[in-house]
Each structure stands twice: as structure tokens, then as C-alpha cells.
Design a protein around this ligand. Structure first.
Ligand SMILES: *Cc1c(COP(=O)(O)O)cnc(C)c1O
Length: 420
């Protein structure tokens, strides 16, 4: 015999339940427990494409934006919104205006949606020459076909940015930390130029994350992220986000709904979970990166080492001003680009000699990964174009993971020693 109360949470159906309905109807309309009165500590994954309404009028009101609510997951999904809200609260720190956010299926879904929202026939975009390859592709190969012109300038040259702005300029684009040179954009100076010209300023802050730098604080109107990198942080989920001024993000949301690049609930769950440890992870990534950069800069085989935390970096002082710090010191990011003396084969040999760091694409995850720049992310550039971009034929980009710093320093030093 069960004690009173033992049946509280026991799933029970009445005897003869549903006898008036056929087995298929009972299977499809299977009973569910009521929504728990106790909010779950973990984030529920709303793995549903559609939401049910009590009345046809409620459905019409939500779809017509007359009342808030969920209708269809391409339009809005609560798990995706939880990720967007979590990121907004990190990016909004130190920002004295409301901040809105939208979650996307990838960084490129976020970036293309922003550009399609702000661009249009006859419009113009100013972007850094070293802009992420996917963003370059959208500007050069997609938007160009729809009448949007783009000018690519040295993103660290504020006068060049100012000079490139035209009356029809609809976006000035920047990246907080450039790939793979780690050049740092002067966000407040570019923001002032954009304010004066009345042009929205959009910053891809993927390489920094809000733990290193929050561009909204320095005057950006929108921040975009590949959440695939630091925000998720474990190389197991793909996503993107747009964060910033409420009116602009509202326009971006409309375009997202129509273009269909929203974030799926399962990915949103993983990316939201990543946010919980983002400050701990990124602080550690940065501290290890600084130790690795300082050690490798001394290595006799290294011709050049790019890391904003080194005094030799051209924007070291600017980074010190724009980047956050914690008990471990200033966070200068965790991308280190090492250029040994030598040719393309030297860079490939360096990658192949590593035993802890792995050869893989992407960045910002727990594993330390390396890319030989000339044969991967910048494969379209010849040696002269590489040199103009500050990249050597042997340059290797390292995304510093969460391994023990000494193991990484030993691994990278041994691989450099092995170059002979
Ligand atoms: C990876 C990356 C992107 C693209 O993000 P996906 O999630 O791969 O679509 C955009 N910008 C930067 C700086 C990136 O590193």
C-alpha cells in the first residue's frame, strides 16, 4: 500500500481513459504533466517548431505582434531568446542605454542579416581590408550583385576610415581584434567618426568576447559574434548573435524572421550553457595566451610574434585602454600569431610537429588549435598580398585553449626547435 502523498508525482491515467478516442489520436494527443510550478534551475530546451494557442484570436494577436508570445520557432524561440538575453547582459555592462539581442544559426547568418538589413541598392559599406573571409564574401560576392558597394581600408587607420565614408554609406564595419594579425581597432575613434557622419557602426567582436571588450561601451551601435567560438567555447555548437541599439536590433529581427537564419533550440541550449563559464574560461585563455606569447617571442626561430599583450604590438597601449582586466591582469585576448623565419613549408612543418596543440579550424574552444595562415584562412592571397597584410608565408595562428600553460609552451617550443 502506498502512503498518502506518494502518489503526488506518480504519472497516472484514469482507468478506461480515452476509450472514446482511437489509438492514433491517443498516441498523438498523449497527456503531459502540467508545467512545473517550480522554475527549473537548468534551461529547458524548447525543442518545438510551433506553439499552441488557447484561441484563434490569441494566435492572430501573437502573429500580428499585438501581444507578446511564441508562435513558430523560426520567428522566436524561448531557448534562443535565453541565449540572446544572457549575451545582451554581458555586452551591456558599462553601457548606459537599453541593449537588445538576437540569436542566429551561425556567425555568418548574423553578419549577412545585419548587412542585408542596413544595405540596399545604391548603399555603401566601409570595412577593414583584413575583414573575416565570410564577411568579405558577403560584401564582394553577394551584396555587390544587389547594388551595394564596399570600400576596404586599413582598419587601424582612422583617417582612411573617415575618408572612405560617402553620403550613401550605410555601415562602417570593424573587428575588435583582426585575424590573424591581432590588430586592434580604435573603437571610440571610429565611433566618433560614425556619429559625426550619422552612419551605424557595427563591430565583429568574435575574437574578443564581452569578457575582453564590449564595443557598445565604446560607441558601437551593433556588435556581432560568431557564438561558435568563445561564447559556446567547446567546439560543439554553431551559432551567432547580434547585440546593440534597440531600434536597430528590432529591424534586424524582422529581417532574421524573413531570411530564416535564427538559432535552433538545441544549439541555443549549448551556447547558453557556454555563457555561464565564459568569464572564467576567457580570463584563463587570456592569461595562458600571454604566458605563451612571452615565451615564444624569445625563441630564436621566431621572426615575428603578434599578440596585443606584448609591448612590441603596435596597438598595445590602445588595447590596454579598451580591454578589460581582472585579478590576472589585462585581458589581451587569446589569439597568438607566430611567424617563424622561413617559407610555407616551414609553417606547415611547425603545425605538424605539435603534440598538444591540434591542427583544426575555428578558435575560441577548450582545445588549443593552430592554422597555417597562408594555406588555410588566407589561401586566396599570394606572398606579396600576405606581406601587405602583415602575414608571413610561415605564419601560424594559435587559438590558446584551456590546457596547462607549461604543456603548451613546451609543445610549441619543441616544435620550433624541430624546425632546425
Ligand atoms: C568564425 C567567424 C565568423 C563566422 O562565424 P560562423 O559561426 O563560422 O558562421 C565571423 N567573424 C569572425 C571574426 C569569425 O572568427
Amino acid at each position: 500500500m502506498s502512503e498518502p502523498g506518494e502518489q503526488h508525482n506518480l504519472p497516472i491515467v484514469e482507468g478506461g481513459a480515452g476509450a472514446s478516442r482511437g489509438e492514433n489520436t491517443r498516441a498523438v494527443h498523449a497527456p503531459r504533466p502540467p508545467a512545473p510550478a517550480q522554475p527549473p534551475l537548468g534551461l529547458p530546451t524548447y525543442r518545438t517548431a510551433a506553439f499552441r494557442f488557447d484561441t484563434a484570436e490569441d494566435y492572430a494577436d501573437v502573429l500580428g505582434d499585438r501581444s507578446s508570445g511564441y508562435s513558430y520557432s523560426r520567428v522566436d524561440n524561448p531557448t534562443a531568446d535565453a541565449f540572446a538575453l544572457g549575451l545582451a547582459s554581458l555586452e551591456a555592462h558599462g553601457v548606459d542605454r537599453p541593449v537588445a539581442a538576437q540569436a542566429f544559426a551561425s556567425g555568418m547568418a548574423a553578419i549577412s542579416t545585419v548587412l542585408l538589413t542596413l544595405g540596399g541598392v545604391g548603399k555603401h559599406v566601409v570595412a577593414p581590408a583584413a575583414v573575416y573571409g565570410g564577411t568579405f564574401g558577403v560584401l564582394r560576392h553577394v551584396l555587390a550583385r544587389f547594388g551595394v558597394d564596399a570600400t576596404f581600408v586599413d582598419g587601424t587607420d582612422n583617417d582612411a576610415v573617415r575618408a572612405a565614408i560617402r553620403p550613401e554609406t550605410a555601415v562602417v564595419w570593424a573587428e575588435t581584434i583582426a585575424n590573424p594579425t591581432t590588430a586592434v581597432a580604435d573603437l571610440p575613434a571610429i565611433a566618433a567618426i560614425c556619429r559625426e557622419a550619422g552612419v551605424p557602426f557595427v563591430v565583429d567582436s568574435t575574437f574578443a568576447s564581452p569578457v575582453v571588450c564590449r564595443p557598445l561601451q565604446w560607441g558601437a551601435n551593433l556588435v556581432v559574434h560568431s557564438a561558435t567560438k568563445y561564447l559556446g567555447g567547446h567546439s560543439d555548437a554553431t551559432g551567432g548573435a547580434v547585440v546593440g541599439d534597440v531600434d536597430l536590433v528590432a529591424h534586424v529581427r524582422k529581417a532574421r524572421i524573413d531570411l530564416g537564419g535564427g538559432l535552433a533550440p538545441d544549439e541555443a541550449f549549448l551556447l547558453h550553457r557556454g555563457l555561464a563559464t565564459l568569464p572564467l574560461r576567457v580570463a584563463r585563455h587570456c592569461a595562458t595566451a600571454r604566458a605563451v606569447a612571452e615565451a615564444l617571442a624569445e625563441h630564436p626561430r621566431v621572426a615575428r610574434l603578434d599578440y596585443p599583450g606584448l609591448a612590441s604590438h603596435p596597438q598595445h597601449a590602445l588595447a590596454g585602454k579598451l580591454f578589460d582586466s581582472g585579478p590576472e591582469g589585462t585581458r589581451y585576448g587569446a589569439i597568438v600569431t607566430v611567424t617563424p623565419e622561413g617559407d610555407r613549408d616551414t609553417g606547415l612543418a611547425l603545425c605538424n610537429a605539435l603534440r598538444v596543440a591540434e591542427v583544426a579550424t575555428s578558435l575560441g574552444g577548450v582545445h588549443t588549435v593552430v592554422s597555417h595562415v597562408a594555406s588555410t584562412t588566407h589561401r586566396q592571397l599570394d606572398d606579396a598580398a600576405l606581406a601587405a597584410a602583415g602575414i608571413g608565408p610561415a605564419s601560424v595562428r594559435i587559438s590558446i585553449g584551456l590546457e596547462d600553460p607549461d604543456d603548451l609552451i613546451r609543445d610549441l617550443s619543441a616544435a620550433l626547435d624541430a624546425l632546425g
